[in-house]
Design a protein around this ligand. Structure first.
Ligand code: HEC
Ligand code: HEC
Length: 301
């Protein structure tokens, strides 16, 4: 007993000594910055660049391969960062280094990233070795894969939507609440088209209207959420093949286009939505409510 608390004391004081007497403060801030950047990329980039996906499920080359290509072509840090930044600002073929990947996956769709963040990303990719893609197998269950795909796609969508709102306001942002604006651009359609989509019981776009099976799964989610329980992935065999589902809930940001008319949803603005979506049913939501769900076609992943 006594011994234990002494050794704990030693460990603690050693840790504290390390912190207060740290000889290289810049090193620890660089490490912190790298881990913030890694987290940013996990959220915003890994839905496509996942190192965990295998060659048949991947939607873009892993960062391990991207880093290798750029280092080979641009061994100096400044050149490496400048070349990668000019691609990320405007992902066009003339800026792309990996023409094989462009051919295989289609060109990367544009992603909103602020300049500071771009610098941090390219610095990080230059300085930090990236994980080797895992080979086939990788014991992750299908449920975990559905959740991962849904969450990361949602985060990229949310980020792009926020960027568009900030840049040009609600009207400008309208096309950005559409998964096709993100991954199902023409160049990506071969890989994700029909593999992941969104449905709702109260759809804005009639082509997102849930069918009867989907409605029953939405009802399951609604019940779980009403009970305050965690609503995770659901897997089902359907006559069209295996499907994975994951719920989509609202936050405050969503309400300016999906909230109550005359409250969060501006009465002056709503006609612009109605012009585009005359059959819109997707209003009247509060924050934290079930808005719809992701549907992932598992067989084709
Ligand atoms: C929606 C899918 C998707 C997302 C999200 C995505 N990428 Fe990509 N990215 C691609 C595809 C596909 C390619 C390969 C084709 C190409 O080079 O354009 C690519 C290529 C790249 C390249 C190499 C470009 C070249 O050819 O020289 C870099 C660098 C890159 N991505 C960085 C990022 C970063 C950083 C993020 C997150 C901020 C990100 N990507 C998010 C799909 C995506
Ligand atoms: C700038 C306005 C705007 C904001 C903000 C917005 N949406 Fe949307 N939302 C739309 C539009 C427009 C569509 C129709 C897209 C389409 O044609 O597929 C849509 C469609 C959807 C759909 C597909 C089902 C349907 O109704 O057609 C879901 C699910 C959805 N939104 C959820 C959200 C969530 C969750 C948020 C907040 C994170 C959000 N939206 C924020 C405008 C917006």
């Amino acid at each position: 007993m006594f011994k234990k608390s002494i050794s704990l004391g030693i460990v603690l004081s050693t840790l504290m000594a390390c912190q207060s007497g740290s000889p290289a403060p810049s090193e620890s801030t660089a490490a912190e910055e790298h881990s913030a950047t890694a987290e940013f990329m996990r959220i915003n980039c890994e839905s496509c660049h996942s190192p965990a996906a295998n060659s048949s499920t991947r939607l873009a080359p892993p960062f391990f391969a991207i880093r290798k290509h750029y280092l080979k072509e641009y061994p100096a840090q400044a050149d490496f960062q400048a070349a990668m930044q000019s691609f990320l600002i405007k992902p066009e073929e003339e800026h792309a280094l990996m023409l094989g990947a462009v051919e295989k996956f289609g060109l990367m769709p544009p992603i909103y990233v602020e300049e500071e963040q771009l610098k941090a990303i390219t610095e990080y990719l230059f300085s930090v070795e990236q994980p080797h893609p895992q080979h086939e197998g990788g014991g992750k269950g299908r449920g975990a894969r559905v959740k991962e795909l849904a969450l990361s796609t949602k985060k990229v969508l949310g980020k792009n939507l926020m960027g568009a709102l900030k840049e040009g306001g609600k009207e400008h942002a309208l096309p950005f609440c559409n998964e096709r604006a993100l991954i199902l651009t023409d160049s990506m359609s071969q890989h994700l088209h029909h593999k992941i989509r969104r449905v709702s019981d109260k759809a804005r776009n009639p082509s997102n209207q849930a069918d009867s099976l989907e409605l029953s799964i939405l009802a399951e989610y609604a019940a779980l959420i009403a009970e305050g329980q965690e609503a995770g992935p659901i897997l089902r065999e359907t006559k069209f093949g295996s499907r994975g589902y994951f719920p989509i809930t609202t936050n405050a940001m969503c309400l300016q286009c999906h909230g109550s008319l005359g409250k969060e949803l501006d009465a002056d603005f709503y006609p612009k939505i109605q012009n585009l979506y005359p059959q819109d049913k997707a209003i009247g939501y509060g924050a934290g409510e079930l808005r719809g769900m992701w549907v992932v076609a598992l067989d084709s992943l």
